[in-house]
Design a protein around this ligand. Sequence first.
Ligand SMILES: NC(=O)c1ccc[n+]([C@@H]2O[C@H](COP(=O)([O-])OP(=O)(O)OC[C@H]3O[C@@H](n4cnc5c(N)ncnc54)[C@H](OP(=O)(O)O)[C@@H]3O)[C@@H](O)[C@H]2O)c1
Length: 326
Amino acid sequence: MRIVIPGGSGQIGQVLIRSLQARGDEVAVLSRAGRAEPGLPCRVVPWDGRTRGSWTQELEGADAVINLAGRSVNCRYSLANVSEMLRSRVDSTLAVGAAIERCARPPRVWLQMSTATIYAHRFDAANDEASGQIGGSEPDAPRRWDFSVEIAKAWERALFQAKTPATRRVALRSAVVLSADPSLHLDLLLGLVRIGLGGRVAGGRHYVSWIHERDFVCAVELLLAREDLEGAINLASPNPLPQREFMAALRTAAGVPVGLPATGWMAEIGAFVLRTDTELILKSRRVVPGRLVDAGFAFEFPNWPAAARDLVTRRRVSPRARREAA
Ligand SMILES: NC(=O)c1ccc[n+]([C@@H]2O[C@H](COP(=O)([O-])OP(=O)(O)OC[C@H]3O[C@@H](n4cnc5c(N)ncnc54)[C@H](OP(=O)(O)O)[C@@H]3O)[C@@H](O)[C@H]2O)c1
């Protein structure tokens, strides 16, 4: 396939590009930097993530677009940062939609990144696509967390409001993608585990939804291929688990028996020091892949203990050996 990946220079893009190229796909990344970076082994085309430009020609006759563009959510939720998180996602999605609308030979499929954070902070039941509760205004969540839900809803509206009748559209409601590459998420968690701080946080009842990189890539490949699948689709392992169990399995994988617990206010201070937001640490994300399972998708890593073992083991070997094994 010929595939265009706006925002493909980031963590998920690198994981996807490796696998798509390995199966023979031709990939072009749209990047604001507009030049090939070391570690980005494909053609890079400049765009600004907002306005029309020569980049739109890349979409003409392409088989697929996978739009990953968006400012990182790993930051303090200041007004400026929230506004940039929103604008970068909505503007880039509107720009991709407008470009597809103008294509004489539009791509057959547009996979648009969204997020599992769109679902409510809840403990009682898992959110699938059919019966899941969309978040915002949960009584036991800080109002600040509503921002991410509003951003996710606006992001998906921008996708589905585009008039692209010849292009199948899928919103990828993904949980955190855990890969063995150097990555903020796993590096931070393993760093805490190794200094003995990888314990439960605020009681550790809140759920962690996650997906192993290999399952993420295989799910994307399935969604590229299956013409009957469109709309919002959850990309998450079928077994989200409470944070205290998640950390215990990561400690076991890393060979660290003890992890000191932290209270909610310690998490607030930690988030402040790390310039991030407690939502990323404390929101109960209980999301399951209803539609993928219905479509017959078989997860290679449905359970966290085995996924953690794989990621920690591969994290120990050289980046090259890791890439070859991926
Ligand atoms: N990583 C996860 O586990 C996860 C889970 C669920 C959803 N997501 C979403 O999936 C997308 C990709 O995730 P990722 O982890 O690969 O993110 P990432 O590493 O931060 O990469 C995102 C890319 O978006 C582009 N970008 C950043 N700011 C932008 C802006 N203001 N306007 C336009 N483009 C901008 C950047 O590309 P250039 O600098 O080259 O333009 C960057 O490489 C993000 O939207 C993220 O929110 C990620």
